[in-house]
Design a protein around this ligand. Structure first.
Ligand SMILES: [Zn+2]
Length: 129
């Protein structure tokens, strides 16, 4: 919903979408997200835990991405050293992990090449002092 408002409620006409046709994909996306019970994910902000309903998911390991190695099952008997395993492009994912301190639920998101996935919102701008 905020995505739609940001594209339509603007100070300058030039910042607005040129026609309703350009807004349709954003509306479809918002409707699908609402139907599926999606959560707005924003960098730097916790979100409520659906497992316990008590805690919030918060980023683990400060604000850095981590590497997760997923070697092929067929190669587990011939494991290379750790540096070689994490240096291979076809076995390593760049991820951010979040945990709920109340129930221990973990969520891990793939951030290819450390880029924010499309469904994530950028961090809010901090008010200037
Ligand atoms: Zn929880």
């Amino acid at each position: 919903m905020n995505e739609i408002l940001a594209a339509t409620v603007v100070e300058r006409e030039s910042a607005c979408l040129p026609s309703a046709a350009e807004m349709l994909p954003a509306i479809d996306r918002a409707i699908n997200s609402l139907r599926r019970g999606g959560t707005v994910l924003r960098e730097g902000e916790p979100w409520p835990c659906r497992e316990c309903g008590i805690g919030e998911y918060r980023l683990l390991f400060s604000d850095e991405t981590r590497s997760l190695a997923l070697p092929k099952r067929s190669t587990t008997g011939q494991m290379p050293n750790v540096a070689a395993l994490y240096g291979r492009e076809n076995t390593t994912l760049t991820v951010k992990s979040y945990a709920c301190a109340a129930c221990g639920s973990l969520k891990t998101f793939w951030w290819p090449d450390e880029k924010r996935p499309d469904a994530w919102r950028p961090p809010r701008k901090k008010p200037e002092a």
